[in-house]
Design a protein around this ligand. Structure first.
Ligand code: GCO
Length: 472
């Protein structure tokens, strides 16, 4: 692959999330999140793991920051755990929790690494789920309060804020198919959750701008779906369009255009009457965005299920809800093809190029960041302790080339965050799937350079893609 050069001011970073790396789930006043509760549910997590200890980054963050400094990254995307900041239902501030993130922020800045803070990466306080969770409208208001507290305290040092990470996962994996916390299977509730997450984002942006000042850069991170029709038939094209509405436009429409696509309401009429959508909500949601964070891993191929007829109201409510896509009972996903990652996801770098350019064409003025991209492979530790993760290097090289192609075609991408800095708790997969540039020996908490970390270090230092094989 011909080396590709990136702008000198391009932001190379790495990313993690609180519940996946921090551990210390009872330290300094933190109370349970929905993930603490979910992990205790028998069978919920593949290896029975949890974020109780994880990578112990709550205590080891200085060591990890030193690693990032050696890697040479210019930004670190982390998330702030809401249950550390407001551990009780009355919303009282837990200063000890806030102090942790203040120390983390100061340490990053001392190393010349920009803190990019995500306010919500799925660890909803359990007391809010007990009060209804994201299907309950008040949760959005509580998120606005939480955002104000954090931005007020850290807005003098953090200038790039992400309100939510992947509301698609929060709403659909959490409340539609139940694969993620809180593990509910209730499609009407999932649609209400989607709307209230949008509302929370809007209230959060207003709170950040009010507390941290108008110069604060506000964003949201979306795992926008790249969907390909199994054939060029009209039915399969319709299947793609329906999934794009419920998977992508349900967020992009309100956030960027201040409206839902009316066809969403007809697509899901047998699921919900959308009475949770109130006058004025869309104006609250449609706030200025400094940039859009995009997470990309793989693409999917879909088709219309032959002869399938969508259920009607109220019959649809008389049987168990299935799947993560409300209203899409007649659409099916084909098994991925080609070389797969350990997650069973395909490797489709062209999907990243297409995604970035399609968003850019629809919103030409919107700045973009790739806030997550990476791959899980079954790493082997060699006798000398090294990890030659050639597949992850190849995945990185191909996707960063795809990123470069999108930028060369005009997509205003300002940065790229490798997922992830270190192996960590991969949600329902527990510790069975490893995404880190650094391996983690969870017995000793040692961090282990993988070849992919060396490859990324060379890229970050030179701004040019190195040879795919670090041994070259
Ligand atoms: C996501 C989450 C990360 C995951 C990563 C690998 O994008 O799903 O933000 O927490 O760990 O994507 O699945």
């Amino acid at each position: 692959m011909t080396p590709r050069s990136f702008p000198a001011d391009f932001v190379w970073g790495t990313a993690t999330a609180a519940y996946q790396v921090e551990g210390a789930t009872t330290a300094d006043g933190r109370t349970p999140s929905i993930w603490d509760t979910f992990c205790a549910r028998p069978g919920a997590i593949a290896d029975g793991g949890s974020g109780q200890v994880a990578c112990d980054q709550y205590h080891r963050y200085l060591d990890d920051i030193a690693l990032m400094a050696e890697l040479g990254v210019k930004a670190y995307r982390f998330s702030i755990a809401w249950p550390r900041i407001q551990p009780t239902a009355d919303g009282t501030l837990n200063q000890a929790g806030l102090d942790h993130y203040s120390r983390l922020t100061d340490a990053l800045l001392a190393h010349g690494i920009a803190p990019v803070a995500t306010l919500y990466h799925w660890d909803l306080p359990q007391y809010l789920e007990d009060a209804g969770g994201w299907p309950a409208r008040d949760t959005a208001a509580r998120f606005g309060d939480y955002a104000a507290v954090v931005a007020g305290a850290l807005g003098d040092r953090i200038d790039t804020w992400t309100t939510l990470n992947e509301p698609w996962c929060s709403a659909y994996l959490g409340y539609a198919d139940g694969e993620h916390a809180p593990g509910r299977r209730d499609h009407p509730a999932a649609l209400a959750a989607a709307h209230h997450l949008n509302l929370a984002h809007g209230l959060g942006v207003q709170a950040i701008r009010a507390q941290a000042g108008g110069t604060a850069r506000t964003s949201i991170t979306l795992n926008l779906q790249v969907l390909r029709p199994a054939t060029d038939s009209a039915a399969d094209q319709r299947a793609v369009a329906q999934l794009e509405r419920i998977g992508n436009d349900i967020w992009l429409g309100p956030l960027l255009d201040g409206r839902y696509d009316e066809r969403l309401f007809s697509d899901t009429a047998h699921v919900s009457d959308w009475s949770f959508l109130r006058d004025g909500d869309l104006a609250q949601i449609h706030q200025p965005l400094s940039l859009l964070g995009i997470n990309y891993y793989s693409s999917s191929t879909v088709r219309q299920r032959a002869g399938a007829v969508p259920p009607t109201w109220p019959e649809a409510h008389s049987r168990p809800w299935r799947g993560a896509w409300p209203g899409c009972e007649t659409v099916e996903f084909l098994p991925p093809t080609g070389p797969l990652t350990a997650m069973g996801w395909n490797q489709d770098p062209s999907g990243l190029t297409e995604l970035l350019l399609s968003v850019h064409r629809r919103w030409p003025e919107l700045e973009l960041m790739v806030t997550e991209n990476g791959s899980a492979f079954d790493d082997q530790v060699a006798d000398d302790g090294s990890i030659h993760d050639r597949e992850r290097v190849a995945y990185l090289a191909a996707h960063i080339e795809a990123l470069g192609q999108a930028m060369a075609a005009g997509a205003p991408v300002r940065g790229y965050f490798a997922w992830s800095l270190i192996d960590n708790f991969e949600w329902a997969c527990g510790y069975t799937k490893r995404f880190g540039l650094f391996g983690v020996d969870f017995q000793t908490q040692a961090r282990i350079w993988k070849d992919s970390a060396r490859w990324y270090q060379a890229l970050v230092r030179t701004g040019q893609t190195p040879a795919a094989d670090p041994a070259d």
